[in-house]
Design a protein around this ligand. Structure first.
Ligand code: NAD
Length: 260
């Protein structure tokens, strides 16, 4: 019997089969969870729907997390279909491409607000709509990166957004802990995905992360997925407000200090 058997969970943020959210989906499906998904726009629906159907899902709805009306509508559909929710995975981020290439000091107000809104506030917006559907023992999870606590070349405003996301994880965990709901983040090492392709010189980041890690390699979507399953399951019943690194040991700092 899988560790998520009998649980219903939302996985937000699949763009394609390279998405970290798809790695999480495969693990959660293998562990017995019933899953629901969102997609951003018609173009991505064509990618997401077949993936969702391949894991037996019948809950696939549009959701742009920057729009409160869409958030209300999405979670109303979840409540109507399932009536309850055992876990929520938030695997969503966005920043203007130029803001990930230009010097950080040139970040515009608009790029800052958009990155923080979609990549950090949206976790709070989802949590406040998901929590009323959750009973004690439920769990929420988001995806972060080391750029939250270190200045990583080209990560720029997204690093600031991840710092806000990690702080939000702790405050949500504090707040929702009184209801027995756990809230954690995974800080993943760099993985080649659609979102990652927007980060300037991502290839160099990948190779430095592999060389500087204890395992001397990059991590995979599947490894993030397996760690996610643990954090979403009852096995992690005493774990909340945590940022859990899945980065082959890079953040432990055995690599060259200059290698990020
Ligand atoms: P991805 O492109 O596959 O996923 C990003 C998702 O965000 C997409 O599905 C996209 O549709 C969604 N999204 C963007 N704006 C949205 C909006 N307004 N409303 C709804 N959805 C929206 O890339 P990924 O790398 O799998 O990213 C998933 C998460 O993992 C992100 O938070 C990212 O920062 C984080 N992360 C990625 C890496 C990496 O190296 N790839 C490392 C650590 C953390």
């Amino acid at each position: 019997m899988g560790v998520l058997e009998g649980k219903k969970g939302l996985i937000l943020g699949i763009a394609n089969d390279k998405s970290i959210a798809w790695g999480v989906t495969k693990s959660c499906h293998r562990e017995g969870a019933e899953l629901g998904f969102n997609y951003l726009g018609d173009a991505l629906e064509k990618r997401v729907r077949p993936l969702a159907e391949s894991v037996g899902s019948t809950l696939v709805e549009p959701l742009d997390v920057s729009d409160d009306a869409q958030l209300d509508d999405f979670f109303a559909k979840v409540e109507a279909k399932w009536g309850k929710l055992d876990f929520l995975v938030h695997s969503i981020a966005y920043a203007d491409k130029n803001a990930l290439k230009e010097p950080f000091s040139q970040t515009s107000r608009q790029a800052f607000q958009q990155a923080l809104d979609i990549s950090a506030y949206s976790f709070i917006a989802c949590a406040q709509r998901a929590a009323p559907l959750m009973a004690e023992g439920s769990a929420m999870l988001t995806m972060s990166y080391l750029g939250s606590v270190r200045a990583v070349p080209n990560y720029n405003v997204m690093g600031v957004a991840k710092a806000a996301l990690e702080a939000s994880t702790r405050y949500l965990a504090y707040d929702l802990g009184t209801q027995g709901i756990r809230v954690n983040a995974i800080s993943a090492g760099p993985i080649r995905t659609l979102a990652a392709s927007g980060i300037g010189d991502f290839r160099t980041l990948m190779s430095k992360a592999a060389r500087g890690s204890m395992l001397k390699r990059n991590v995979t979507q599947e490894e993030v997925g397996n760690a996610a399953c643990y954090l979403l399951s009852d096995w992690a019943s005493g774990v909340t407000g945590e940022v859990h690194y899945v980065d082959g040991g890079f953040s432990g700092g055995v690599g060259d200090p200059g290698e990020v």
